[in-house]
Write a protein that binds this ligand. Structure first.
Ligand code: FES
Length: 115
């Protein structure tokens, strides 16, 4: 079942590296947004193995490799493709409107802390 999301403007396409990722803080979410061969992806930015920012890792086509221990994740599905990670990461829908990049952020990350 899909959870409620809100489309949030994250950045302009020109703010992203042509083939790479960038991390953003959106509410309580660490968000990673990636541009690879003209395609856009958005994921939870924290590796499911330990606390590491995936957007600092290496992009290989539609996969991101964690900079700490080298686990690879699908940017399309969030699936963990190699050890040592075994759990998936969350992925989010991305929309481009002109130069602006929007991501469907689950509203649970947007609620005020403690609410
Ligand atoms: S922290 Fe990402 S693979 Fe270990």
């Amino acid at each position: 079942m899909s959870e409620p999301t809100q489309l949030v403007k994250i950045c302009n396409a020109s703010d992203l590296p042509k083939n790479g990722g960038k991390g953003f803080q959106v509410g309580t979410l660490d968000l990673g947004v990636y541009q690879s061969d003209g395609k856009l992806f958005a994921t939870h930015d924290i590796c499911s193995h330990e606390h590491e920012y995936l957007s600092d890792g290496w992009l290989e086509g539609e996969c991101i490799e964690c900079p700490r221990h080298g686990a690879r994740f699908s940017l399309k599905t969030g699936e963990a493709l190699s050890m040592p990670a075994t759990q998936p990461i969350e992925v989010y829908a991305v929309e481009r409107k002109g130069d602006e990049i929007f991501v469907a952020i689950p509203v649970r990350y947007l609620k005020p802390q403690g609410a």
